[in-house]
Design a protein around this ligand. Structure first.
Ligand code: HEM
Length: 119
C-alpha cells in the first residue's frame, strides 16, 4: 500500500522539524516577519506541526482554530500568501523532502488559500 503523505514527510518527528523551520523562515522573512512579532514562537511551531501531522494523514492531534477563524480579519495579501508558501517549500527542501511530496504540499496549501487570503 502507498505510504501516506504523513509517513513520507518523516512522521511526527520529521513534520515537527519541518514545521519549526517553516516558522523560523516566516520570522526571518521581510514580507511576513512582522506578522509574527508578538507570537509565542515555540507554541506556534507546535501548532504548525500538529496542523500538518493531522492534515497529512497522521494522528488527530490538531486542536487549534480552523484556517478561517485563525486568519479572519488579518487582511492577508496574495504576496504574503506566496511568501508563506515559499517558506514552506524552502523548509521541505532543507529537510530533504523530494519534489513529489513538495508538489502535494503545494496543492494542499492552495486548497486552503480561500480561507486565508483577504478573509
Ligand atoms: C495555507 C496557508 C496557511 C496555513 C496552513 C496556516 C496555518 C496556521 C495555523 C495552523 C495557525 C495557528 C492557529 C491557531 O492559533 O489555532 C496560524 C496562525 C497564524 N497565521 Fe497562518 N497559515 C497560513 C497562511 C498564513 C499567511 C499567508 C499569513 C500571513 C503572513 C499567516 C499568518 C498567521 C498569523 C499571524 C497567525 C497567528 C500567530 C499567533 O497566534 O501567534 N498565515 N496559521
Amino acid at each position: 500500500m502507498a505510504q501516506s503523505l504523513y509517513e513520507r514527510l518523516g512522521g511526527t518527528d520529521g513534520i515537527t522539524s519541518i514545521a519549526a523551520d517553516v516558522v523560523d523562515n516566516h520570522a526571518a522573512n521581510p514580507e511576513v516577519g512582522k506578522r509574527f512579532a508578538d507570537s509565542d514562537i515555540p507554541a506556534l511551531k507546535q501548532k504548525a506541526a500538529d496542523f500538518f501531522i493531522t492534515g497529512s494523514g497522521g494522528p488527530q492531534v490538531y486542536e487549534g482554530k480552523s484556517m478561517l477563524d485563525a486568519h479572519r480579519g488579518m487582511n492577508i495579501s496574495d504576496e504574503e500568501f506566496m511568501a508563506v508558501v515559499d517558506d514552506v517549500m524552502d523548509a521541505l527542501a532543507k529537510n530533504g523532502i523530494g519534489e513529489g511530496e513538495k508538489a502535494e504540499v503545494l496543492y494542499i496549501f492552495y486548497q486552503l488559500r480561500p480561507d486565508v487570503v483577504r478573509v
